[in-house]
Design a protein around this ligand. Structure first.
Ligand SMILES: *Cc1c(COP(=O)(O)O)cnc(C)c1O
Length: 230
């Protein structure tokens, strides 16, 4: 089995190749290493191999790891990419650098109110339900602009962009369609004056399609750590 540093290297090579294929600069896409369910020791290995940004889905699990890896601050950055309940916003506002999964104004308001004064504004992405699946979290595209305008006006958060988890698709072309749709939504928000710079899309199975459609932040777990424990 390949090691974490080898897998990390392979993933960076995939991202570079996808950038070249898309005619984009090879450093135009950042890697968020998705470490949900992985032990702190595995995160430490990835960090030692050069990874700096880590994505977690479950707040309590993440807080435990953030505490046990506190010695790596400030060279480690934590992103919440899983659903966020209102009763967890205070600890999230205090411990994370980014939240990708905002889909309600109330959550963003609480994060803004609760962001500690000594920290810079919390970076936020709005999660869009781009494949229109009824069971998934995320906003419908039609609801995006008013929410984005309201979140952008909050003082202690910084609206950075959009995130989506498209439905799995078989072919490269089928994978591209939802990523293209998310990019178009970002462009539309920017035409409305929002100045967003982050398109958080692409995972282990579809990062090439996401990069082809303009992603600049791919979130990769399985390709780096192997299959997650059940
Ligand atoms: C788990 C997860 C990922 C990573 O998925 P892989 O297929 O393991 O690369 C990315 N984004 C979100 C929101 C996730 O929950």
């Amino acid at each position: 089995m390949a090691t974490i540093p080898e897998n990390l290297n392979d993933t960076l090579t995939r991202i570079e190749a996808a950038c070249r294929a898309a005619g984009r600069p090879v450093n135009s896409v950042a890697l968020l290493v998705v470490s949900k369910t992985q032990a702190a020791a595995a995160i430490r290995q990835a960090h030692a191999a050069g990874a700096r940004s880590f994505g977690e889905n479950y707040v309590q699990e993440a807080l435990d790891k953030i505490a046990s890896l506190a010695d790596l601050q400030p060279s480690i950055e934590w992103h919440l990419i899983g659903p966020l309940q209102s009763n967890k916003t205070r600890v999230v506002a205090a411990s994370f650098d980014w939240v990708h999964s905002v889909d309600r104004l109330k959550t963003a308001q609480r994060l803004s109110e609760q962001r500690p004064a000594h920290l810079p504004p919390l970076n936020l992405c709005l999660q869009v339900n781009i494949s229109g699946e009824t069971s998934k979290s995320g906003l419908l595209p039609a609801d995006l602009l008013p929410l984005a305008l309201a979140v952008a006006a909050l003082p202690r958060v910084k609206l950075r962009g959009l995130m989506a988890i498209p439905e799995p698709a078989g072919s490269f072309e089928a994978q591209r369609a939802p990523h293209r749709a998310l990019h178009e939504l970002l462009l539309r928000l920017n035409q409305a004056g929002l100045g967003l710079d982050t398109l958080s899309m692409g995972m282990s199975a579809d990062l090439e399609a996401a990069v082809a459609e303009g992603s600049n932040l791919v979130r990769v777990g399985t390709a780096i750590f192997g299959a997650r424990p059940a």
